[in-house]
Design a protein around this ligand. Structure first.
Ligand code: ADP
Ligand code: MG
Length: 288
């Protein structure tokens, strides 16, 4: 091992994680969909920030999409940038993702931003045996620092998404109200079943969230909701997220919609969704 690397490892060991360890045992949720643009990142960001802000839960939001949209969406909350990349950490066995956990100006919320290095990491992982477990080892260590860890996934079922599904306890699927998304949800359910059989027997479905709903398309919405209800029953979240310009404007400003426009309908919807999410995770009953 090169001297510089040895010193780097020593320094990291001495510094320890930035978040104090505690008796937490985080629940890990992967936010996944095969399609881009369905609201994965927006939903992951607002559930993470919502749990931190309104439920006072310690939350880590991990961006597993090389496009780095989590960091962009929360740019005004990120006070520092990690000086190492998630791609590098994933490729090295004895590195800890806590090194990357970046404090935000929102109490209780930490973020692991991503960058293009994740694409290289995915390519390099491809030839490794057990490549789907690279993230799991690291998430399992991070669990002791948080109540909830949310993982925002890329828009395909590649190695990075499989890593997220292998590391997670639950899958949450945002679905914009299009026929293509509906089809994507079905095949994701099949993928989850395969992951459960082969990689992660503990993986469970948390449910499907309707996003970017255009409330003017009453008939189409009803058709899609009926199809979703018939197929997923209870697993369909009651709360729906309407299409809202406040969300887009908040994202441009690098803020959550809660901070950008607290009185907007989008704020209300994501707050109610956060409550439903917390309830489904069993977080409403007690705060240990
Ligand atoms: N409820 C919504 N209303 C309006 N625009 C939205 C909504 N949710 C997401 N968007 C916009 O749609 C685009 C895709 O959303 P995003 O969350 O990044 O999807 P994904 O992560 O699935 O690719 C973004 O530009 C975002 O601002
Ligand atoms: Mg995204």
């Amino acid at each position: 091992m090169a001297l510089k690397e040895t010193f780097g490892n020593l320094k990291r060991m001495l510094q320890g994680p930035r978040v104090q360890s505690s008796n937490h045992k985080a629940i890990v949720v992967a936010v996944t969909a095969q399609k881009g643009g369905v609201g994965k990142t927006t939903t992951a960001v607002h559930l993470a920030a919502g749990l931190a802000q309104f439920h006072k839960r310690k939350v880590l939001l991990v961006d597993m999409d090389a496009q780095g949209h989590v960091g962009m969406s929360l740019s005004s909350l990120l006070t520092t940038q990690p000086n190492e990349s998630l791609g590098n950490i994933l490729l090295q066995k004895h590195r800890d993702i806590q090194e990357l956990a970046t404090e935000t100006s929102l109490e209780n919320l930490w973020v692991i931003p991503s960058d293009k290095s994740l694409n290289d990491a995915e390519a390099q992982l491809a030839s490794r045996i057990g490549k789907e477990f690279s993230l799991k080892q690291k998430i399992d260590i991070a669990r002791t620092h948080y109540d909830v860890i949310l993982i925002d996934c890329p828009p395909n079922i590649g190695t990075l998404t499989l890593n997220a599904l292998t590391a997670a306890d639950y899958v949450l699927v945002p679905c914009d109200m299009s026929i293509l998304s509906l089809d994507g949800v079905t095949s994701l359910l099949e993928t989850t079943q395969t992951v459960r059989e082969v990689l992660n027997p503990d993986l469970k479905w948390l449910g499907v969230v309707r996003t970017r709903l255009d409330r003017r398309n009453v008939k189409l919405n009803r058709t899609i909701v009926d199809a979703l209800r018939e197929q997923y029953g209870e697993q369909l979240f009651n709360t729906e997220i309407g299409s809202a310009s406040a969300i887009v404007r908040a994202q441009l400003a690098g803020k959550t919609v809660y901070a950008f426009d607290p009185k907007s309908r989008a704020t209300r919807s994501y707050r109610v969704l956060t409550d439903e999410f917390a309830q489904r995770l069993g977080l409403l009953a007690s705060k240990s």
